[in-house]
Design a protein. Structure first.
Length: 736
């Protein structure tokens, strides 16, 4: 392909423009000069015509026609006058006959003109002649080819003319001149030649100057830029265009220099990327084969392309890179609001908080021994360790290392469960050795009845009355387990109690009450009871020849004292507990025992004040709590008395009305006290392992009703409270 030089193109364009400009300038100048000369000739001819007409008219007034003819002849002999004639209106030559003379002599009688020699007659038929007659104005006709000009000028019938010629016509005749313009055209030609030479000379110097400036301003810089670009295209990226110009070419050179710098940096970057890709390829091989969970996080908390293949197996994920850490751990958009907030806060600390020690931030780690459910339903337990990757003092990435602790945690849980079983067995053995097997046999029968009721009525648990009974039974079971020092059984019963409590309100509407979690609690309780039964069976095998256990009364006394002492210590209260009874055997103890526990706990937690409150009220620091059992005729009378704060009827009434247990309005004291025994009532806002469920006195009422007994409450605000239970003896003995 033939390359056309831009320099040749630009020079050619300039040359053409100059030539066209010179040609136009010459043409305009010559045309203008020619027009001026012609107009001057025309004006001169018009002036001369007027003068001549005036002269001839004056001559004619004196009758000097020969003199007029002679004057016109002189004009015809002038070099520039090619033709000059005066014509009558009919086109005939003036002074060619005596027609006009005869008319003048006949028209006026003042002067009689004598006949004089006439000119040779002729007839004019040119268009300009008729135009003058028609439009009554002079007519100029220019003949460029012949270089001639014709001029037709009307001779008007002036006042002094009308004396002789009459008033018939406005125009008496027409003067016709034809002159040569050869001299003018010769001057124009000479001027054109001189102007052409002048403009060509000036154009030549302008052309040379423009070419020189063009080379300095445009051609040389463009060639310099092109040379550098050519070398850069060949691979030399170390060059720069040296140009100090501040015009468009200078800006172009600056942009090209920046482009060369960018290409050089890009080339270096590509080399670096090649080395990095080689290292990444090696890292990828490592990441695809290690059996550890590893990934990198961007500052926007998304996972980079760098992660170990093991994570796909561990979390059962196909896509990892591009996900946020929250979506990767919990599943896309499945994290709870609290989980997402905790994760974002923790990662924000890792990336931005440079003042806090990493060990302190790791205390907030939301992925420490985290239980997760995989898409397949499998549960795993993972722990994540986080390490910062910094550059220039800024954290660029976070490396996350995952450890699958499922087997370790499961083993630890199994070992802990085994340990708890051993401790529970030791507790059970110690309790049986201390109290004798009878009380435990009654407890097992009662507990199995509770668990059997729950399992048999699993479909009816959503009914409030069934759920409330199950809740009360578990609460009583927990209290008895506490009394018997069965700590594992007590904790499990407390967990099941919490589970049922959630369904008594609106915390978990629509969920199954006897869920797998509740089933697991029941399994643990049944396992504990089986363990106690096995221990009791072993005791029976080795009971021959052993010492007789304590009596039922002593066992109950000692165990109740221990229970009150432990509970008072837990509540931070000092209590003097008194157990009074003359009974050697207590009929139906297994049935009334839970009620005793409830009343004692109620007195310790609600009735008795703290040491400081007691001292402020003028009481002794140590409170008094008394339990008495006696027969009055055929009735067992049980009293639980404390010298605590008593019951505020106003507070109970307000609470009961707020809970909907009493209607708004005035109530009798008996109505207010009766609210204490309704399901769900509690004077406490918070819940603890001791009280706050609103189930203690509710369970006492149901147990006493089952025995056809009665409950009486006597209270004095600021002085204390006494609960009195009266139960027919016959109903208790039937249970023994």
């Amino acid at each position: 392909m033939r390359i056309q030089s831009i320099q040749v193109k630009i020079v050619s364009v300039i040359l053409v423009v100059l030539l066209i400009s010179i040609a136009l300038s010459i043409s305009f100048t010559i045309t203008n000069q020619k027009q001026n000369l012609l107009e001057a000739a025309q004006q001169t001819l018009a002036v001369n015509t007027q003068v001549l007409n005036y002269t001839i008219r004056n001559i004619m007034l004196s009758g000097e026609a020969p003199l007029a003819n002679q004057t016109m002849g002189d004009l015809r002999n002038m070099p520039e006058f090619l033709e000059y004639e005066i014509y009558r209106r009919d086109g005939t030559t003036a002074f060619s006959n005596f027609e006009t003379l005869d008319f003048v002599n006949s028209f006026q009688d003042r002067v009689q003109f004598a006949p004089t020699p006439r000119l040779e007659g002729d007839m004019i038929s040119k268009p300009g002649f008729n135009n003058v007659l028609t439009f009554r104005t002079p007519v100029v006709i220019l003949d460029e080819d012949a270089q001639e000009m014709e001029y037709f000028f009307p001779i008007l019938n002036y006042a002094d003319c009308r004396v002789c010629h009459g008033t018939d016509h406005f125009i008496r005749g027409i003067s016709h001149f034809r002159i040569s313009l050869a001299d003018i055209y010769e001057k124009v030609g000479t001027a054109q030649t001189m102007l052409t030479r002048f403009f060509l000379a000036v154009g030549f110097f302008i052309f040379i100057g423009i070419v020189i400036l063009l080379r300095r301003i445009i051609i040389n810089p463009v060639q310099s830029i092109g040379k550098v670009v050519s070398l850069v295209g060949a691979g030399n990226l170390e060059l720069q265009i040296e140009m100090k110009k501040q015009d468009e070419l200078g800006q172009l050179a600056e942009r090209i220099n920046r482009m060369i710098t960018g290409l050089r940096e890009r080339k270096l970057l590509e080399l670096e990327n090649t080395r990095i890709e080689a290292r990444l390829e090696e890292s990828r091989k490592y990441l695809d084969n290690i059996r550890e969970g590893l990934l990198l996080l961007n500052p926007d908390y998304t996972i980079t392309e760098e992660y170990s293949f093991y994570l796909k197996d561990l979390f059962e994920k196909e896509r990892i890179s591009g996900l946020s850490l929250t979506d990767f751990i919990y599943g896309r958009n499945k994290a709870t609001e609290e989980e997402a907030r905790d994760m974002e806060l923790f990662l924000d600390f890792l990336f931005t908080n440079k003042t806090a020690a990493l060990s302190m931030i790791m205390e907030l780690n939301p992925l420490k021994d985290k239980h997760l459910i995989l898409p397949s339903g499998k549960e795993i337990i993972v722990t994540a360790d986080f390490q910062r990757i910094s550059r220039g003092g800024e954290v660029e990435n976070i490396m996350v290392l995952f450890e699958d602790r499922t087997d370790i945690i499961r083993t630890q849980e199994e070992l802990e469960s085994e340990r708890q079983l051993r401790e529970s067995e030791l507790e059970q053995i110690a309790a049986i050795l201390k109290l004798g097997p009878k009380i435990f046999e009654d407890f097992i029968d009662s507990a199995e009845t509770v668990l059997r009721f729950i399992r048999e009525n699993r479909d009816a648990l959503p009914q409030p009355e069934v759920l409330n009974k199950a809740f009360r039974d578990i609460h009583s079971l927990k209290g008895t387990a506490r009394y018997l020092k069965f700590s594992r059984l007590e904790r499990t019963a407390h967990s099941l109690e919490n589970h049922f409590s959630a369904f008594r309100s609106t915390e978990k509407p629509g969920e199954e009450i006897l869920s797998p979690q509740a089933e697991a609690f029941l399994d643990v309780l049944e396992g504990e009871l089986d363990s106690v039964k096995k221990i009791l069976q072993r005791f029976r095998l080795f009971a021959v020849g052993s010492a007789a256990p304590l009596g039922e009364r002593e066992v109950l006394r000692d165990q109740l004292k221990e229970m009150v002492t432990d509970l008072a210590r837990e509540l931070g209260k000092a209590v003097d507990f008194t157990f009074q009874t003359d009974l050697q055997e207590i009929p139906g103890l297994a049935k009334i025992q839970p009620s005793l526990f409830h009343l004692l706990r109620n007195g310790l937690d609600h009735g008795i004040e703290g040491p400081y409150d007691r001292l402020e009220a003028g009481k002794s620091e140590e409170a008094r709590l008394r339990l008495s059992l006696r027969y009055e005729e055929e009735t067992l009378v049980i009293e639980v008395e404390d010298d605590g704060r008593g019951i505020s009827l106003e507070a109970v009434e307000e609470k009961a009305v707020g809970m909907g247990l009493l209607k708004p309005g005035k109530h009798f004291p008996s109505q207010i006290l009766n609210a204490l025994f309704k399901a769900g009532f509690s004077s406490r806002e918070e819940t603890s392992s001791v009280s706050g469920r609103g189930v203690g006195l509710d369970a006492v009422r149901d147990d006493i009703r089952t025995l056809q007994g009665q409950i009486n409450v006597k209270t004095t605000f600021g002085k204390g409270t006494t609960f009195t239970l009266t139960i027919p003896r016959k109903n208790l003995e039937d249970l023994s």
